[in-house]
Design a protein around this ligand. Structure first.
Ligand code: TYF
Ligand code: FE
Length: 384
């Protein structure tokens, strides 16, 4: 495992501030929105569709504190948009189409990226309404995923221009427990074998992201789930993107299973940060969410390792164990994490819940146990 300290020169094109939102292309946006609201605690903050004059695509903007997902579906049987979104859906199933960044200088970052070789998806454009103006531009990244840059400093509205508050209020949501998830911690891209290095170099060159952390297959090899991972991040280290590739193992790596079912590189998981993972997971379970489980032996080994460390876990170990939450730690701090089962029928996208206590890693200490747990699921799917 390597942690890098070299941030490269500070870009002069303005800062990346945060993840702005994640756009998913799904078969039925209305039902996907309902899933994220009832299961995960999101609320619909904006709607665009036939009633608001959006005649090609329906969009639901879903928010959970600073986390924003947008789920979109095509509205028509024919036409260019329907064909593009339809082909994407047929190939990938539901999945992440765009990871948008909140940036200071949209045109500056876009031009610099394109000058350094980024492929244009859409030249800079503006949208406005009574709440002000937003500047956008989009480029292509791994697989069929895009990055949209969003400059929103002159916008005061709820989300983005054109979105209307939905007329309908889901009364069920008021009866469900609060979840306490706050922001997107990181977003992972899975890429085919031998593409991790070119993709991380692409982030370095076009977005001036630097390497933050990496792990290679000599350290993560359960026999099956061998993989390599390099995390890239912006200068201020406010957006982090691990890029993961499969490595040859005895049998199919979980990363290869993802790539096979997604049909290409794509977003594997979105990690959501909480300040209180015990409550968050208890409440998500009350809402019917399912998470990966870990063998009891994990906690026995963990407790022994913790005894000889000066790191003390503040949370109740019994509850951690009962909820199957994973712990990784070093001499300075720790992280608590857990992984949902896939959020659609294909074994592709899932969500992670993570709590950090002075620890900026990605759970390397858990990889072996975690991947053994994932392999159990792969076996149940007949893919191992
Ligand atoms: O983001 C990460 O790198 C960790 C570890 O299938 C991880 O969450 C990597 C691959 C995977 C599940 C978790
Ligand atoms: Fe993660």
């Amino acid at each position: 495992m390597t942690t890098y300290t070299d941030k490269d020169p500070k870009p002069d094109t303005g800062r990346f501030l945060a993840f702005d939102h994640v756009t998913l292309w799904v078969g039925n946006a209305k039902q996907a929105a309902s899933y994220y609201c009832t299961r995960w605690g999101f609320e619909i903050i904006g709607y665009k569709g036939l009633e608001t004059g959006s005649r090609e695509v329906v969009s639901y903007a879903l928010r959970l504190d600073k986390i924003v997902f947008v789920v979109q579906s095509p509205l028509n049987p024919t036409g260019t948009t329907s064909e593009i979104m339809g082909a994407h859906l047929a190939k990938h199933g539901d999945g992440v189409k765009d990871v948008a960044f909140d940036v200071e200088n949209c045109v500056g970052i876009f031009k610099a990226a394109v000058n350094r070789g980024a492929q244009v998806v859409k030249e800079p454009w503006e949208e406005s309404d009574e709440n002000g103006k937003v500047i956008f531009a989009s480029i292509q990244t791994f697989g069929e995923v895009c990055h949209t840059f969003v400059e929103r400093k002159d916008y005061k509205g709820n989300f983005l221009p054109g979105y209307k508050k939905p007329a309908f209020e889901d009364t069920l949501l008021k009866t469900l427990p609060q979840i306490g998830l706050n922001f997107i911690d990181h977003i992972v891209g899975n890429v085919p074998d031998r593409e991790m290095v070119p993709v991380t170099e692409w982030y370095n060159k076009t977005l001036q992201f630097h390497r933050f952390w990496s792990i290679d297959d000599s350290q993560v090899d359960t026999g099956y789930s061998a993989l390599r991972s390099t995390v890239v991040t912006n200068y201020e280290e406010t957006v982090k993107m691990p890029i993961i590739e499969p490595a040859a193992g005895k049998k199919k790596s979980q990363i290869q299973e993802y790539v096979d079912y997604y049909g290409s590189a794509g977003v594997q998981h979105v990690a959501l940060n909480t300040a209180d993972i015990l409550t968050t997971i208890q409440k998500l379970k009350e809402r019917g969410m399912e998470f990966l489980t870990i063998p009891k032996s994990y906690y026995g080994i963990l407790k022994e390792r913790l005894k000889s460390s000066r790191t003390k876990i503040k949370e109740c170990m019994e509850t951690i164990e009962k909820l199957n939450i994973l712990i990784d730690f070093d001499e300075n701090g720790y992280l608590l994490q857990i992984f949902s089962k896939p959020v659609q029928d294909r074994p592709t996208l899932f969500l992670e819940v993570i709590q950090r206590q002075n620890h900026q890693g990605f759970g390397a200490g858990n990889f072996k146990s975690l991947f053994e747990s994932i392999e159990k699921e792969q076996r149940e799917r007949g893919n191992l």
